[in-house]
Design a protein around this ligand. Structure first.
Ligand SMILES: Cc1cc2nc3c(=O)[nH]c(=O)nc-3n(C[C@H](O)[C@H](O)[C@H](O)COP(=O)(O)OP(=O)(O)OC[C@H]3O[C@@H](n4cnc5c(N)ncnc54)[C@H](O)[C@@H]3O)c2cc1C
Length: 511
């Protein structure tokens, strides 16, 4: 196999052939390199694609190097396939709830997991032209397929060719971390790189890790009919999130049939002819559970190996490439963005960080080139049912930073549209700087929390307070009214007893 060719993603059906023909065409011929590039980008995931296209759009001479599949994790083994599966799981859950709406579904409804996965592969292939080698070439980017490696402070080698650069971007992403669990090396297990190649639903599905990926996939597979065992380090899920938010999700996952196994730090894995055994030997709390398939979703490890970073004078550690707030590495010509260097491991974070890199790298001597990562207002969401979304500070973080807050919470059960939709689980919680309406953080738990959080993100970014949100008309009935209602809660606190008394008097005179 030449350095440029790739093993196919599995199963090797028409959809995956279409995907690969877009994001790693077998007959691709790397171009003859320019004598020097304004920007060489290593890694063709979101961070790399946005860096390359943005720089080329500004007229820069750009080379993009991808060793596997353009589109990176998000398109191929991350957001896109996982959300397609989650959508199918929601369809299954809707069938289960249909009777509540007076819709009688005949008994014996089944899930065709093979079709669910085929739909995912079809949609992923349909989306893939957007990230294709052809599209990027047409947009003026020199696309090189092969592994990129620095050979000096201003040069990279790919598939036997040397590319010289004025500036470079490391956008090589991250992969599933292999935690030090006794026995892990000896058992077969899935990661996000192999999970989406399944064609048969595991009867008993083990998931290690109660973070966003673990929770999303555990709930989805349970809804699709697997018996799911989620191993977590301690009680509770999504440890970063607001405790009330994750408690609501935990109840929902239990209802969907997910079985939580605690004491994950004591976990041992053992090979079994029928799968993998999950064993914990804690007096009074031990277990020994056999699963057919096991997904490991415990953190991400940055892709820093084999890149020649030492040769280029780029420092890194186990968290990834070291960057300053302008996303510049210890070699001032070289920048990094995305999962390889950032704590925010999200597609939208990689996208917006790449926009910062383009400006800072191409205009490093002017005022345009001084953009900072810390200036971003970063939301995120976990796409479970209900979804959990967050922006800004959690209450605990505000306390740690010495910021006093007032907190306003509106339950979704007070929102007419949520009642009518049968989606009353959850809340909108907003923290404002004490005595003001300045939003410092917000958590939304709702069926579509990932959509609702954007209004609060915009408010934070544009420095619009809760007062303005309360005064903004939202169409009735929408679930987004929950956010306006939090504004109302705030506005009500502005009525001091004196003003309230005065208004009461005025109204009694004018009766
Ligand atoms: C299961 C799952 C679900 C997710 N869901 C969401 C979600 O819903 N929303 C969200 O915002 N985020 C989600 N994410 C996270 C999101 O996928 C990542 O944050 C995003 O893909 C990061 O983009 P990136 O460009 O930094 O890295 P990547 O997408 O990992 O791209 C890096 C690229 O660099 C290439 N590369 C590595 N080394 C070399 C080399 N030496 N030479 C050339 N190329 C190289 C890799 O092959 C890869 O294509 C999910 C992740 C997973 C795993």
């Amino acid at each position: 196999m030449s350095e440029q060719s790739q093993p196919p993603v599995l199963p090797w059906d028409a959809h995956n052939q279409k995907l690969v023909s877009n994001v790693h065409p077998a007959d691709w011929k790397n171009p003859t390199p320019a004598s020097r590039y304004n920007l060489v980008v290593i890694g063709g995931g979101t961070a790399g694609l946005v860096s390359a296209i943005g720089a080329a759009g500004l007229g820069a001479r750009v080379a993009l190097i991808e060793k596997h599949l353009l589109g990176g994790d998000c398109l191929n083994v991350g957001c896109v396939p996982s959300k397609a599966i989650i959508r199918a799981a929601r369809a299954e859950a809707a069938v289960g709830e249909a009777a509540d709406f007076g819709v009688n579904v005949p008994a014996g409804v089944t899930v065709d997991f093979g079709k669910t996965m085929e739909r995912m592969r079809r949609l992923r292939a349909d989306i893939s032209p957007h990230d294709s080698a052809k599209r990027f070439t047409e947009l003026g980017v020199d696309v090189f397929l092969g592994g990129g490696k620095f050979t000096g402070p201003d040069s990279v080698e790919v598939a036997g060719q040397t590319l010289r650069f004025s500036k470079a971007v490391i956008a090589t992403g991250a992969r599933a971390a292999a935690p030090p669990i006794p026995g892990l090396k000896d058992v077969p297990y899935l990661t996000n790189e192999t999970l989406f190649s399944l064609t048969k639903l595991p009867k008993r599905f083990g998931v290690i890790g109660a973070g966003p990926i673990g929770c999303e996939m555990a709930q989805a597979f349970a809804r699709l009919g697997a018996e799911v065992f989620l191993v977590r380090a301690e009680a509770g899920i999504l440890p970063r999130e607001d405790r009330d938010a994750s408690a609501i999700l935990e109840t929902a996952m239990l209802r969907d049939g997910v079985k939580f196994l605690d004491h994950g730090k004591e976990l041992q894995l053992a090979k079994d002819p029928n799968g993998v055994r999950l064993q914990v030997n804690v007096p009074g709390h031990g277990y020994d559970v056999l699963v057919d398939q096991l997904l490991v979703a415990v953190g991400r490890a940055p892709n820093v190996e084999g890149l020649g970073l030492e040769t280029a004078g780029v420092e890194f550690d186990k968290k990834g490439v070291t960057v300053n707030d302008r996303l510049q590495t210890t070699n001032s010509r070289i920048y990094a963005c995305g999962d390889v260097c950032m704590k925010w491991k999200f597609t939208h974070a990689a996208d917006f960080a790449a926009r910062i890199v383009i400006q800072n790298a191409l205009f490093s001597f002017g005022p345009l080139g001084r953009r900072r990562l810390s200036s971003l207002t970063m939301p995120w969401a976990t796409y479970t049912s209900p979804e959990i979304a967050h922006v800004g500070l959690y209450e605990k973080e505000a306390k740690e930073k010495g910021i006093e807050v007032d907190t306003f919470t509106l339950e979704m059960s007070k929102v007419d549209r949520a009642i009518l939709d049968g989606e009353t689980e959850g809340f909108v919680r907003v923290h404002v700087r004490k005595g003001t309406d300045e939003i410092v953080g917000a958590t939304v738990v709702a069926a579509h929390a990932g959509d609702l959080i954007s209004e609060l993100t915009l408010a934070m970014k544009a420095k619009l307070g809760l007062k303005t949100i309360g005064a903004t008309i939202h169409p009735y009935p929408t679930q987004a009214e929950a956010i306006r209602k939090v504004g109302d809660l705030y506005n009500r606190t502005r009525l001091t007893p004196f003003v309230k008394k005065l208004m009461g008097k005025w109204l009694s005179w004018t009766r």
